[in-house]
Design a protein around this ligand. Structure first.
Ligand code: ARG
Length: 715
């Protein structure tokens, strides 16, 4: 004969609400009706006795929540893992439950003391399969999931709870006979919702709405085809009936005041799984890693970011060791244990932490894993995507630095060379047979240290930018600093690259930028068709998009000026040829041609013309940009979101970025790339260039070489 199911209950003699440890208890302290509670508890017990053997533990007058035996521990195959309560108020229940388990011959295994765990409140056996659903986020720690999976030999699926009203898994999820499962999905974070959907076939998944959820419809005791619960809507009852279940409701509203109902008041003692058939994979479920961080962890905000990233991924962390640098200049060191709910989450988290310079202790001496490219332009599935930071990969025990660092690339290792090399490649450039770094092992990134006080001035720069348009005095201060950097780069023959949009011309900045080019402060110019068109329009016709640059007023017929300019340059065969022929006598592009400063114009869908110089093959344009920013010390991004983002994508860390735009959102987007070296300035770019050129070039006001009057003669 089959054994009857067994449940543990604790009489409600001393049940009440005396403290607040969940939102249901708020406002309910001393509001429980003792007589009602006792009656409700007995009614529940009577119903359950018809379905199972109910065993009792003696209540304790000082422990009002002990009635919720679901939180005593979890029992599987006769082995029990007793709880370690999150709140001090319930901790005195631990020895009483443990004592009961021991007296009743359960095999007791203990979780480590630093792991929180609230028993069957957060761990539920999936009736259809040999696996556990495990909740975390409020009462049970993620690390405990790993431990209990190992101790019980069963896979645990971690689900993160995010609504404090549903602080235990059994308040929002209930596995039923035959692989059915009731759940309230809004109680879980998105990846957990996905995990549930992935594992439970749609015809077995019974999702309920908030109105049923707050009546604790998920907090149900399921034995065979019967479900005992406090309350359920007619709709839910019908769905359960359709699935072949009979619902028995019994009022438990006094217990709802403490945040519990039917399921919380019971603990299953007889659940078992066939461990041999369970096919437990110790690699599955929660993953843990020990991570070392070093540097300006506090003032650089690195520790903060590491911990935030971990939490955002649904992971958890424990700082094992922290050595604080003694003064502003000295470095700190931290050893952190991070846990992630699943292998793929840990992978993502490793990638994020890597970008903070983290070192993974457990895999510190593993070589990078390599995968072969099977098809041109397609990386192995597990490829490592690069960041802007200098990156080393470990090949045959040696760390080698990847060349051509940029983000969103893959690292190709050449092991055939005498000395293996590593290089960042774009996906589209991969060739069949290339060796690509995959996974996360054997990779480390060097996050550049902020120059002393760099973090501070950087933070300053952002502070004034995020407030919107910056005051004149503050722009002036920032310009002084940028001019100082530019002068030093100039003196040591470094490289300054300018990315510019047509607004530079519209706002009257062209003459100032032209002066900077002539004075040798620009080593390359990046832009699109428009900057060149309007710069040349201004040089030849004195207008920019048909607006008279001196008076700021539209010129009659001016909207066609740029087309005539495009036509003229097309006629010459290109900008350089037009300059040589004397058709252009001033402006940014004119100075570039004269000074031999290379420029690259990347086309776009909205271009008129385009100019013969504009590169309309986008892959070629990207390659051109990449070539021109190589070795750059500073990049000035002047009012072109499109071309600036394009440039930012291929710029390695360590290059000083200066982003100027009148729109704060653009500046934030460009400046905030995790690089400590970016400065954002929200201001009119024409005024900015005016001030900057005054700081750097003292050769007096430029005379405009061509004006509107005689321009027509060229056309
Ligand atoms: N007041 C108790 C607490 O907050 C209620 C426990 C309910 N138990 C449960 N398994 N959901 O801990």
């Amino acid at each position: 004969m089959e054994q009857r199911p067994a449940l543990l209950m604790c009489p409600a003699d001393f049940f009440s609400v005396r403290y607040v440890i969940n939102p249901w208890m708020e406002g309910n302290v001393s509001r429980v009706s003792q007589t009602d509670a006792l009656r409700q508890w007995r009614d529940l017990r009577d119903i359950l006795e018809g379905l199972a053997e109910v065993r009792l533990i003696e209540p304790d007058p000082n422990l009002p929540d002990m009635v919720f035996t679901a939180n005593a521990g979890v029992v599987l195959n006769g082995r029990v893992l007793p709880s370690r309560f999150a709140h001090g108020e319930r901790r005195p229940e631990e020895p009483l439950f443990r004592d009961w388990f021991e007296r009743h011959h359960f095999e007791v295994s203990m979780l480590p003391e630093d792991q929180q765990f609230e028993g069957a409140g957060d761990v539920l056996l999936d009736c259809g399969r040999a696996r556990l659903w495990a909740g975390y986020g409020f009462r049970t720690s993620l690390e405990a999931h790993r431990t209990l999976a190992d101790l019980l030999g069963v896979e645990a699926i971690s689900l993160r709870l995010i609504d404090p009203r549903f602080y235990h898994l059994d308040t929002c999820l209930c596995p039923l006979e035959d692989g059915f499962l009731i759940h309230y999905s809004a109680a879980f974070d998105f990846p957990s919702q996905q995990r549930i959907r992935d594992l439970v076939p749609p015809d077995r998944l019974i999702s309920i709405g908030e109105s049923d959820a707050v009546e604790f419809a998920c907090n149900a005791v399921n034995i065979g085809r019967k479900i005992v619960l406090h309350s359920a809507s007619d709709g839910l009852k019908q769905r359960l009936a359709d699935a072949g279940f009979e619902v028995i409701t019994t009022p438990l509203n006094e217990f709802l005041k403490a945040g519990g109902a039917a399921k919380c008041l019971t603990l299953r003692l007889d659940e078992s799984v066939d461990l041999a058939a369970a096919g437990f994979d110790p690699e599955g479920g929660v993953r843990q890693e020990t991570v070392e961080l070093e540097g300006h962890l506090l003032d650089g905000g690195i520790l903060d970011r590491a911990l935030d990233m971990t939490a955002d991924c649904g992971g958890s962390f424990k700082v094992l060791d922290f050595e604080l640098g003694r003064d502003h200049a000295s470095r700190s060191r931290a050893t952190i244990q991070v846990a992630a709910p699943a292998a793929e989450v840990m992978r993502e988290l490793r990638g994020l932490l890597l970008s903070l310079g983290a070192r993974f202790v457990d895999s510190a001496d593993e070589d990078a894993r390599l995968g072969r490219v099977e098809t041109d332009g397609v990386a192995p599935e597990d490829f490592y995507g690069t960041t802007i930071y200098p990156t080393d990969v470990r090949v045959d025990g040696h760390w080698i630095r990847a060349s051509h660092q940029r983000m969103d690339a893959v690292i190709v290792v050449d092991t055939d060379a005498k000395l293996p090399t590593a290089e960042c490649h774009l996906l589209r450039d991969l060739k069949k047979g290339d060796c690509v770094v995959t996974g996360m092992a054997g990779i480390r990134t060097a996050v550049p240290e902020p120059e002393s006080n760099r973090a501070k001035s950087g933070a300053d720069a952002f502070a004034f930018m995020s407030a919107g348009v910056s005051s004149e005095r503050r722009v002036e201060g920032a310009v002084e600093k940028i001019a100082w950097d530019m002068r030093r780069i100039h003196e040591r023959s470094g490289r300054i690259v300018v990315v510019a949009g047509p607004v530079v011309v519209h706002t009257g900045g062209a003459t100032h930028l032209a002066r900077l080019v002539r004075a040798g402060y620009v080593q390359a110019l990046l832009g699109g068709n428009a900057i060149a068109v309007h710069d040349i329009e201004q040089a030849i016709m004195g207008t920019s998009l048909g607006v008279d640059c001196l008076r700021g007023l539209p010129v009659r017929g001016g909207h066609r000026h740029h087309l005539r300019v495009i036509n003229l340059i097309r006629c010459h065969g290109g900008i350089a040829a037009a300059v040589q022929a004397g058709a252009i006598n001033s402006g940014i592009l004119y100075e570039c041609v004269r000074a031999g400063v290379p420029y690259s114009l990347a086309g776009s869908i909205r271009d008129d013309g385009p100019l013969p110089d504009t590169e309309t093959d986008m892959n070629r344009a990207q390659n051109e940009y990449a070539r021109l920013i190589e070795g750059a010390d500073m990049i000035l991004m002047l009012s072109s979101m499109l071309h600036s983002i394009g440039t930012g994508n291929m710029t390695p860390a360590g290059v000083k970025l200066v982003c100027v735009d009148i729109n704060p959102a653009v500046v934030t987007k460009l400046a905030d790339r995790g690089s400590l070296e970016s400065t954002g300035i929200v201001t009119d770019v024409g005024l900015f260039l005016d001030r900057l050129s005054r700081q750097l070039v003292s050769d007096g006001i430029e005379s405009r070489r061509a004006g509107g009057k005689n321009a027509d003669s060229f056309l």
